[in-house]
Ligand binder design. Structure first.
Ligand SMILES: [Zn+2]
Ligand SMILES: [Zn+2]
Length: 280
């Protein structure tokens, strides 16, 4: 059993986030991709404040363990347990990472299609500037919903609980890099997009332009966007310059209360169907 790997990912969680974040913050300070818009302190207090709320909720709910225990008690089939018996735990881990990443893609896509879910998810997009702290800016309502749905799906297919923290640690490390106010050389970024969701790809997803933010929904693997026709790319040499959700891009919306109140202030006009792809 690879329980130890899940336990290790759990115990290293805050250490890995802190180390990756500090390295990126140093990079953002020395070679920022965009100049500071003057909202850094408000944005950091909003983003880390939200993260503290979400981490507390997760500690109280532990949805994966609760739902797995419930389904086990009810005798539901455990497909992944069967896979583990035949192929071993490392195959379960790899398959689990792929399945959780597909779930993340599908949920993200629905969040952009349903106005009810967009109200919550727009809080992540409404960070008028983008840096590594944007990674953890997810409204508590979105966080609770996605945790419960994800845990239910995983428990129904019998995904072992220990796969969660391993995938989550990979996903948040890559997400921190995707959101950093730092730029990889374009050629390297595009090469990595063959398999991974890169900073260049995720920047397009944070564009203020609906034709761009309605695409590139992937978290770790870029294959889902390519497979399902939602891959967006700008022409060579043209990077995104404006982030956020119109009309909430003014500096005053960087303040913490706006991060929580935004779902109640959005109008349906802020969610628009995807236009033609910018694929080149
Ligand atoms: Zn999104
Ligand atoms: Zn993002």
């Amino acid at each position: 059993m690879l329980d130890w790997l899940g336990n290790r990912a759990d115990s290293l969680w805050y250490w890995v986030i802190a180390v990756v974040f500090l390295m990126l913050a140093a990079w953002e300070t020395v070679r920022p991709a965009r100049p500071d818009s003057g909202t850094l302190l408000w944005r950091w207090s909003s983003n880390f404040g939200i993260y503290a709320v979400n981490a507390s909720i997760l500690g109280l709910l532990a949805p994966a363990a609760i739902i797995e225990a419930y389904l086990e008690a009810r005798g539901f089939p455990r497909l992944f347990a069967g896979l583990g018996n035949v192929c071993g735990d490392w195959v379960v881990l790899l398959a689990g990472i792929v399945v959780l990443d597909l779930y993340a893609y599908l949920l993200h896509r629905v969040q952009h299609a349903s106005f009810l879910l967009w109200r919550l998810h727009a809080v992540h997009h409404a960070d008028a500037d983008m840096d590594a702290s944007t990674t953890v800016r997810h409204h508590p309502g979105e966080f609770v919903l996605s945790s419960i749905i994800g845990a239910t799906v995983a428990a129904l297919i019998g995904l072992p609980v220990w796969v969660f923290p391993v995938y989550a640690l990979i996903a948040i490390s890559i997400s921190l890099i995707q959101h950093a106010n730092a730029r990889l050389p374009e050629r390297l970024d595009r090469l990595a997009q063959t398999v991974l969701v890169t900073p260049g790809m995720h920047r397009v997803h944070h564009s203020v332009d609906a034709a761009e933010y309605n695409g590139n929904y992937g978290t770790v693997l870029s294959i889902w966007d390519r497979m399902f026709g939602t891959y967006r790319q700008r022409p060579h040499g043209q990077d995104v310059v404006a982030f956020g959700v119109d009309p909430f891009t003014a500096p005053r919306y960087a303040r913490p209360h706006w991060a929580l109140l935004l779902p109640f202030a959005l109008s349906p006009t802020t969610i628009q169907p995807a236009a033609d792809s910018h694929a080149d």
